[in-house]
Design a protein around this ligand. Sequence first.
Ligand code: UT7
Length: 328
Amino acid sequence: MSGLKVAITGLGMAVPERRVTNFDLAQTVDTSDEWITERTGIKERRVAGEGETTASLAIEAGQAAIKDAGIDPADIGLCIVATCTSEQPIPPTSAFVQEGLGLRCGAFDVDAACSGFVYALVAGASMVASGAIGPVLVIGAETLTRVVDPLDRSTVILFGDGAGAVVLTPSEEAGLLAWDLGCDGSLTGLLGVPAGGSRLPSSPETLANGDNWLKMDGREVFRRAVRVIVDSARLTLDRAGLTADDIALFVPHQANVRIIDSAAGKLGLPPERTFVNIDRYGNTSAASVPIALAEAAEAGRLRPGDHVLLSGFGAGMSWASAIVRWDR
Ligand code: UT7
């Protein structure tokens, strides 16, 4: 791969005000702070309150990224929103975001579940690098807590809400060096919301059966996640002509600290070069990588010339890796 001439010139994030701790959850389901901390690394997550939605969080994150890029909303050439918890089934979340941000450009959604942001980043970067379009706003935004059964202890402890955004601008140098986008559609049954779509429209029966809530075979997802993260990251490193030693920071999807530690260990990436914020936000699906990226930049952990490895995996099963050369 020769890479794409594009740079991340703006970053932003937004999370709901409301914090729900492990102790709070232990009041409603049979769990404990000790179990959740040991098995997942999560201590608290943010939960959208009244009036907070996928689009409202996306708009807040997008505003911050546009401001950080030092451009005007009217300069944005395209808006892509990665989400699997859309504002409503129709129209796309990106339409609400386009209006909320006062953009004058095309807008569409990408749904690749927790891999969605990295998919959208590659799609947006390809369009910027083609020269056909101006700066592209790529947002990952989710309100997973709206589809998680509050009484299911195996999922309610994991997920949180939030949004992260980047502005992609044409660059003189290749900034997106290599990527890998993958999916194994034979595994759709491992993680998903069965009802509410074409296959099983919502009905009083689906609601009564709990089919509108997220279902997950956590153990199987866990087992496969480590393998796909590692294989996809190795392929992407090869494509970029780099090794793990060249990676200044690994920014993985924040699903479980044990998945992150295991994958990072197999890749030879030590904790000091791996970004983890799952303790504060839980799994925010497509929002987790851009939130982590925004926090890493804020914490001064990204310097010009650094190679940053981004990685996502999730329902589908889908996975995605990308290596970015930092240029700010
Ligand atoms: O974004 C990508 C999507 N999702 C993921 O990446 C999730 C991947 N999977 C995971 O993170 C882990 O599988 C979980 C955190 C979901 C579960 O951890 P685990 O270590 O795989 O636990 P387990 O499912 O094997 O369950 C072990 C025990 C079970 O009890 P028994 O059958 O051994 O008596 C569960 O019923 O832990 C029980 N358990 C709990 N106990 C206390 C399950 N959830 C809880 C809970 N509190 N919240």
